[in-house]
Design a protein around this ligand. Structure first.
Ligand code: PLP
Length: 391
């Protein structure tokens, strides 16, 4: 028998992909499925970005690049961060990675080992916990609560830190809740972290440009006092509708950058060269494509929230960021996963059960509103029919 390391008994995955596969299988059998499960923009990548990749291929950009990414792209990331947050980042601290996930993979590998604790948001992106457990570290959930507007509580997060804690992961705007943590809470978190100078922070800001109602995203990058232990995760997937291009970036503190670069050299060598030129065009080209997409998500957000709140025994807080609604379904008489599964099998609506995002996700389901308004309205009506007849 082949014997692999014990981590593989503990590694999890993202159920969103299993739901997608099931939805596609049902659709292949001829069923009409509305997919509100998967978390990716339904828009095409803007044309000028696609053209830049085609040009790069035509120009012969076919070889390896530096493991850290092409220099103009790292400079463009630094300039973009300066534009958005009026903060200076050296291009030498920017690492171009194949998708946002790779940053969390690297960060968790750097700090996770038996005996270590890593804190992560729950409900939250499922890969945090999966990767933490893979390394043998203890995954300690930071509860994300509806009564707190699905923001993380600085006090609660700080109270979970022990001498075993090596890394704290935070995420705002958040998947799966759409919660945005307000500035005073982030201020309190950063201030409290002064007591724990040996604990690293990974801030997942992949939805940074998707906030609504005039709310401004507060980047952890704007706090100089934690720069020496902050890992920033961001990328192109959501902002520029580029999930399939596998383009992300991270900002690393001086001490960790070399580790990250070596992990890159040891695993993927460099990100697809043409995709890097596409990423460059995204950052240096017109930004109205981002504003237009966010405005469209905002319109759909209103439709989905209003629709969900009109359903029997369902209530939905208005998400302040990302493109997810996380309605409370605890009064429907269904466990959340059973409801998600019944909605897919019987009503043809793909959603994800809250427990797929952690133990504090029970009582909720996640709907991605990265789908047309027409489909969202139809999905709500299907859910209404299902809930009215099921009760
Ligand atoms: N972080 C969060 C919170 C996400 O929701 C996602 C994707 O859904 C990612 C990171 C990963 O993004 P990427 O597709 O760029 O790997």
């Amino acid at each position: 028998m082949l014997k692999t390391i014990a981590g593989f008994d503990r590694i999890g995955e993202e159920n969103a992909f299993a739901v997608l596969a099931r939805a596609q299988a049902l659709a292949a059998q001829g069923q009409d499925i509305i997919n509100l499960g998967i978390g990716q923009p339904d828009f095409r990548t803007p044309e000028h970005i696609v053209e830049a990749a085609i040009k790069a291929l035509r120009d012969g950009q076919h070889g390896y690049t530096a493991a850290t990414g092409i220099q103009p792209l790292r400079e463009a990331v630094a300039a973009d961060l300066h534009r958005r947050f009026a903060t200076d980042v050296s291009p030498d601290r920017v690492l171009i990675v194949p998708g946002g996930k790779v940053t969390m993979f690297m960060a968790i590998l750097m700090f996770g080992e038996p005996g270590a604790d890593i804190l992560y948001p729950d409900p939250g992106f499922p890969i945090y916990r999966s990767m933490i457990e893979f390394t043998g570290a203890r995954a300690i959930p930071i509860p994300i609560r509806e009564e707190n507007g699905f923001a993380f509580s600085a006090e609660e997060a700080l109270s979970l830190i022990t001498p075993a804690t090596r890394l704290v992961i935070i995420n705002s705007p958040a998947n799966p809740t759409g919660g945005v943590t307000p500035k005073d809470e982030i201020d309190a978190f950063v201030a409290g972290m002064a007591k724990f100078p040996d604990v690293a922070i990974m801030s997942d800001e992949i939805y940074a440009q998707m906030t609504y109602d005039g709310l401004e995203h507060v980047s952890l990058l704007t706090y100089p006092e934690i720069r020496d232990r902050l890992i920033l995760l961001d990328g192109w997937s959501k902002t520029y509708a580029m999930t399939g291009w596998r383009m992300g970036y991270s900002i690393w503190p001086d001490k960790l950058y070399e580790n990250a670069r070596k992990l890159a050299v040891n695993s993927y060598s460099c990100v697809n060269s043409a995709a890097q030129f596409a990423g460059l065009a995204a950052l240096t080209g017109p930004q109205d494509c981002v504003a237009d997409m966010v405005a469209e998500f905002d319109r759909r957000r209103r439709v989905v929230v209003e629709g969900l709140n009109s359903l029997p025994n369902v209530s939905c807080a208005t998400p302040k960021g990302a493109f997810y609604a996380f309605p409370n379904v605890s009064k429907t008489g269904f466990k959340a996963k059973a409801l998600a599964s019944a909605l897919l099998e019987k009503a043809g609506v793909a959603t994800i059960g809250g427990p797929d995002f952690g133990v504090y996700g029970e009582g909720y389901i996640r709907l991605s509103y990265a789908n047309s308004t027409e489909n969202i309205r139809a999905a709500i009506e299907r859910m209404r029919t299902f809930l009215e007849t099921a009760n």
